[in-house]
Design a binder for this molecule. Structure first.
Ligand code: MG
Length: 352
């Protein structure tokens, strides 16, 4: 069992323990008086864990409603957000009630944003059931939905009241979804902890998920504690994401986030080495570790298309792009790069 305190503007605990899911209700009863709670989930997670969660909450004295969406990024729209809000209003949820996000990153982001805005803000709880959500998106209070022109363009910083993570839920994940989370785990090692990075090469993540998740959450805690609103050091967590998002967009979101982040990390590390900003040995180590976890290291799209996709954010956010650049394994730095130089960075990263 691991418990990590997140010292955000509203502090909360992340609890990570194999087999803890049936005790969620008990823990919630220590935080909330008896009230109504809506469990928001998707068609992947709910059939596995919906009943356990609902029953444990009912046993603890909560009145439980459930709201289940189709799985996948297509549920993270303004439309599905509006329908969720309408459901909450139809069932007379009050400000003293709360939401439970049971699922992966899409469910966490959508539920968090609904909680942030319904009645100007009600509490919510994150119950991540994917590795990616456990190590990254369930912690730190970033909530959002997508717009047709880009991902996560509408959202709020709204911290959960609790994150309750049972690594047993990872055992029902399809292999490719587990692998997706491995990319974000590797990201933590590359951005700030060489010893952890090297351990991932020796000991498979699946062998000790509780320790791995706790390690990543502790690293995220340290960054969020310094920069809750993502204006500085927290941006290091975007390692691999500038080019990763571009690849995701080129694929029409048919390639998964973690796989695209893996390609993004490979490209930015190659690019840094080609420009003399990091040693060639770092490239070898990063590629080896990604391949060990069956993650891709080259992008299946040509330079012009990737550049166009990477610059589509620029149209919205101005001429400078914040790149997270590896200086070695375990050490990265934020660099402001003019949009006009992005092409050069991609080419140096092996994109043709
Ligand atoms: Mg990510």
């Amino acid at each position: 069992m691991k418990t990590i305190q997140i010292p955000a503007s509203t502090p909360y605990e992340v609890h990570i323990e194999v087999g803890c899911l049936p005790r969620l209700g008990q823990q919630l009863a220590a935080i909330f008086p008896p009230c109504t709670a809506v469990v928001v989930s998707d068609e992947n997670a709910f059939p596995h864990y919906g009943q356990t969660v609902s029953e444990s909450m009912q046993a603890a004295g909560f009145s439980v409603l459930t709201y289940v969406l189709p799985a996948g990024e297509s549920s993270k729209t303004l439309d599905s957000y509006g329908r969720l809000l309408a459901f909450l209003a139809r069932h007379h949820l009050r400000r003293s009630d709360f939401l439970v996000a049971l699922g992966g990153g899409v469910i966490g982001d959508l539920t968090g944003f609904a909680a942030a805005t319904y009645l100007r803000g009600i509490p919510y709880v994150q119950v991540p059931t994917t590795l990616l959500a456990a190590v990254d998106s369930s912690v730190g209070g970033k909530t959002a939905v997508d717009l047709p022109v880009g991902k996560n363009l509408v959202g709020a910083f709204w911290q959960p009241a609790l994150v309750w993570c049972d690594p047993d839920t990872l055992t029902t994940l399809p292999a490719s979804v587990f692998t997706d989370g491995c990319a974000e785990v590797i990201k933590y090692g590359l951005l700030g902890d060489a010893a952890f990075f090297h351990r991932l090469g020796r000991e498979p993540i699946a062998d000790s998920p509780e320790e791995v998740i706790a390690h990543c959450v502790a690293m995220k805690r340290d960054l969020v504690a310094q920069d809750e609103q993502d204006r500085g050091v927290r941006q290091l967590l975007n390692l691999g994401h500038t080019f990763g998002h571009a690849i995701e967009e080129c694929s029409g979101y048919t390639l998964s986030h973690g796989h695209c982040v893996a390609m993004g990390m490979a490209i930015i590390t190659r690019s840094a080495a080609a420009q003399g900003l990091c040693p060639p040995s770092a490239v070898t180590e990063v590629l080896q570790l990604l391949e060990r976890y069956q993650l891709p290291t080259t992008a299946p799209y040509p330079l012009a298309q990737l550049e166009h996709a990477a610059l589509s954010d620029k149209k919205i956010f101005g001429e400078t792009i914040h790149l997270v650049v590896p200086e070695n394994v375990g050490c990265c730095r934020l660099r402001d790069v003019p949009a006009s130089e992005l092409r050069r960075w991609l080419m140096a990263g092996g994109v043709q």
